[in-house]
Design a protein around this ligand. Sequence first.
Ligand code: PLP
Length: 354
Amino acid sequence: MIAAADFNITKIERSKLNDINLENIPFGKYMTDYMLEADYEDGEWKNVEIKPYQPLLMAPSLAAIHYGQAIFEGVKAYKNDAGEPYIFRPLDNFKRFNASAERMQMPTVPEEIFMEGMKQLVKLDANWIPEKVDHSLYIRPFMFSTDETIGVKPSDKYKFMIILSPTGPYYATPMRIYVEEQYVRAVPGGIGFAKAAGNYGGAMYATAQAKLKGYDQVLWTDAYEHKYVQECGTMNVIFIIGNTAITPDLESGTILKGVTRDSVITILKEMGLTVEERALNIDEVIEAHKAGTLKEVFGTGTAATISLIKELRYKDYVMEFDTATLQVAPKVKETLNNIRYGKVADTHGWMVKL
Ligand SMILES: *Cc1c(COP(=O)(O)O)cnc(C)c1O
């Protein structure tokens, strides 16, 4: 068993932060000074290292590149008004990461390496956590297979890494969403619930087609009937119909079990809304829109937090939302931000101190 005390730390000589302004930085563009790297070999994790962010040297036969045993997570660190760094619900990401690993026939990562490694890494790069509203430090843990052979089989070797990237607002402007009914993201029995790299590669064509039509993202529907709404890009989706919040349930295994989704469900209930996790047919959404009871649709995810949706299109039917007058999504976002930036009490134990 590896303990945090065994992590090998190599210090940088000069911080790159001296050359970067942390205001309104685009998502994912800059990496911090450090990264974490660990290797799985001979049935165990070894060589946990925190070292200066640097390129990897890889064999062209590297298994992950060919057969896609690759998974990742997205977590965020914030600073409160006193300048103290916190990470939002990292244990939930840890559990989901290992669920993804199992589905992809990859080894699980011990809690000590994932959690303590993340904490130590963020601590070293704490100066990179922006203090502006809607800004944060995005944490990207990931794992990929590293066998050097082009035979198709689960790899014997893997690399687990964590890199960090300071970020500003993700989708700053409200989105236009196209309800997809030709291409599918996931099927029951597939890997839709795993944060596996291939899910994103497989989604890009449909998203590009929607962009050609002027939309920012697709809202996926189920693989059989193309009727039941699933999720959007890298976000779960919530519909406010009357005084009820409806979001697709996780039963079919085709939807990512979002940590933000879970947090938002908790907040919505505290706001007095009824929350239903169930199958939601696009026809029901359209009927609610025609009846005037479809109030809001918004996306939830770590990268984007809450993303307002100003247009939802199904076939030729266009649903528009005046995002200046929304009642629920902005309130949820404010509540979530107040918790994340330490402005209200963290009654759910979501913030993990470094
Ligand atoms: C990461 C992700 C989400 C959101 O999950 P969070 O834990 O809230 O960040 C939703 N859908 C997909 C496909 C994702 O990859």
